[in-house]
Design a protein around this ligand. Structure first.
Ligand SMILES: C[S@@+](CC[C@H](N)C(=O)[O-])C[C@H]1O[C@@H](n2cnc3c(N)ncnc32)[C@H](O)[C@@H]1O
Length: 165
């Protein structure tokens, strides 16, 4: 089994970008909101020097099989992201959970404070999509805050890549 063979929601270039930033993290841990079958988490875990955590409300049937076949360690937290109690410093936060306004707001407000100075914040579907207007709406609302506190590194397809100042 190759990483690219897994079922996932992102484009290959986006998975490669996640991998690129995950490999740069040397402090704190990596946290993903929105596991699905684990594709993005396993891409990051394949190169990570720090533990990779992933949160999802549901248990998707391929995650454990992918984990075994790839032999990669990802720590899965099966919980609603509004309930997770998080205390560890983050070298990278990838937000790709529920895309409605209230949820992207929750995920940002709940986990972003744990991102360390110099840490990466990656947000999927920043430009939205047919049923995903909540993400661009929230990002527009906090644009000034983001500009003050983060540097925009690049966008890769529908993935926004920021670094905390
Ligand atoms: C777009 S998918 C994630 C795709 C994954 N990052 C990938 O690239 O393979 C979004 C995920 O968010 C999860 N999700 C939705 N609402 C959630 C919530 N309240 N708490 C945690 N996870 C949630 C869904 O179950 C779904 O698996």
């Amino acid at each position: 089994m190759q990483l690219a063979d897994m079922i996932g929601y992102c484009e290959e270039v986006e998975y490669l970008a996640l991998q690129k930033y995950a490999e740069l993290v040397t402090e704190g841990v990596i946290l993903e909101i929105g596991t699905h079958q684990g594709k993005s988490a396993f891409y990051m875990a394949s190169v990570a020097h720090v533990p990779v955590y992933t949160v999802d409300k549901y248990d998707y049937y391929l995650f454990d099989s992918y984990k075994e076949q790839l032999g990669l360690d990802v720590i899965k937290i099966q919980e609603d992201s509004t309930e997770v109690k998080w205390h560890r410093s983050l070298g990278l936060l990838f937000i790709d959970g529920a895309h409605i306004y209230e949820m992207i707001k929750n995920d940002f407000r709940r986990f972003e404070p744990s991102v360390m100075k110099g840490g990466f914040l990656l947000i999927h579907d920043f430009a939205g999509g047919p049923t995903m207007d909540g993400v661009p709406a929230f990002l527009e609302e906090i644009q000034d805050e983001l500009n003050k506190r983060f540097e925009t590194l690049e966008t890769v397809d529908n993935l926004l890549c920021l670094q905390k100042k």
